[in-house]
Unconditional design. Structure first.
Length: 148
């Protein structure tokens, strides 16, 4: 039986927090996310969440079989419910088959948002998909022009 991950808010998270989120697709190693149609749905949904204040999105980066995001949520928002809703709507619209659950890491007071941002941006480089992080077309940073 799979262990359920605990996504309840840590004490500090009850006052708002920034999370490094990873959501994986059901089939590891199979490209579900890095195509124009699916990427558009994921980015547009993320943008709507950001514009409506459901989360404060700093970065969304799509990989072929998972995504990474840096999101801030207030102390009243359930991160688990927020991600569950995001996965449901994107699965319905784009047909993405997500794994159950997700991984999250709450950034501590001693962790740099800029360092996590840079780490995520390097993911496609580390995977050997591109040479420079600036070549990856599946990155969304609110307020910057999309490259797709």
């Amino acid at each position: 039986m799979r262990k359920r991950l605990n996504h309840t808010a840590h004490f500090a998270g009850r006052f708002g927090a920034i999370y490094f989120i990873t959501i994986c697709c059901h089939r590891h190693g199979f490209n579900q996310l890095c195509n124009a149609q699916t990427a558009t749905v994921l980015v547009n949904t993320s943008h709507i969440y950001h514009e409506r204040g459901r989360w404060n999105l700093d970065l969304l980066l799509l990989m072929p079989d998972h995504l990474h995001a840096l999101v801030g949520v207030d102390g009243q928002t359930s991160l688990a419910q927020l991600i569950r809703d995001y996965k449901r709507i994107t699965a319905k619209i784009a047909g993405v088959k997500w794994q159950r659950n997700f991984f999250d890491h709450r950034l501590g007071h001693d962790e740099s948002l800029a360092e996590k941002f840079a780490y995520i941006r390097q993911n496609p480089v580390r995977a050997g998909l591109i040479r420079s992080e600036h070549d990856w077309p599946y990155t969304f940073i609110p307020g910057q022009q999309s490259r797709r």
